[in-house]
Design a binder for this molecule. Structure first.
Ligand SMILES: C[S@@+](CC[C@H](N)C(=O)[O-])C[C@H]1O[C@@H](n2cnc3c(N)ncnc32)[C@H](O)[C@@H]1O
Length: 185
């Protein structure tokens, strides 16, 4: 049965699964208008892939391979062949001004540096929060973040890069060197 409590397989019970971003009350009305204004038509590809929120293109898996640097954690894997440049899903979470960032979160990504707004999926999020960094796992990333508009709402999409992704491959992005530098020591 489809309902509000439906979550993807292997979703951690400590995290609230959401299918829409939640906006901080600390975002100014002007900034909020820039993030949510407009009335663009729905992109049919996104409609098709996220009808009830849970993506058919990906699977969350617990990593049990001891040689994997995130062994014991989750990763996101393709559930089918994904063609190059496909929009796979959007990164959902708590959209907040930079001054409200939690420095301990490993799930906070910038949505718009000019507006000073980021998305934190530490406590609330969707499958996007499970994408690991490629370092120590693959030769290079096979997916990338890129912002786009959906019905006038600014979102952070996760897209396949220039090559097709085979069924069962782990989706790997580059968090950027800054992510890891900030975690040394
Ligand atoms: C956004 S989360 C990714 C999902 C996470 N694996 C989970 O189970 O929730 C980022 C965290 O995943 C782990 N991680 C991601 N990529 C990694 C990598 N290449 N090597 C080691 N740990 C990684 C680190 O603990 C990092 O702080």
């Amino acid at each position: 049965m489809k309902g509000r409590s439906e979550t993807p397989k292997n979703w951690p019970s400590s995290v609230t699964y959401i299918t829409k971003c939640v906006y901080s009350k600390k975002i100014s009305p002007e900034t909020l208008a820039q993030l949510t204004a407009g009335n663009l038509p729905q992109n049919p590809q996104q409609q098709q892939h996220t009808p009830g929120g849970i993506s058919k293109l990906v699977r969350i898996k617990l990593i049990t391979d001891k040689g994997h640097p995130a062994c014991g954690q989750y990763g996101l894997f393709s559930a089918c062949k994904i063609s190059a440049k496909t929009h796979i899903l959007d990164y959902m979470g708590y959209v907040h001004p930079d001054f409200e960032s939690d420095p301990t979160s490993d799930y906070d990504i910038s949505l718009d540096s000019r507006l000073g707004v980021a998305i934190d999926a530490q406590r609330i999020g969707n499958e996007g929060r499970m994408v690991n960094d490629y370092r120590g796992i693959g030769d290079r990333p096979n997916v990338m973040f890129d912002d786009h508009m959906v019905n006038g709402e600014r979102r952070m999409g996760i897209y396949a890069m220039a090559k097709d992704i085979a069924k069962g491959e782990e989706l790997l992005v580059s968090y950027g060197k800054g992510f890891w530098k900030a975690r040394i020591n």
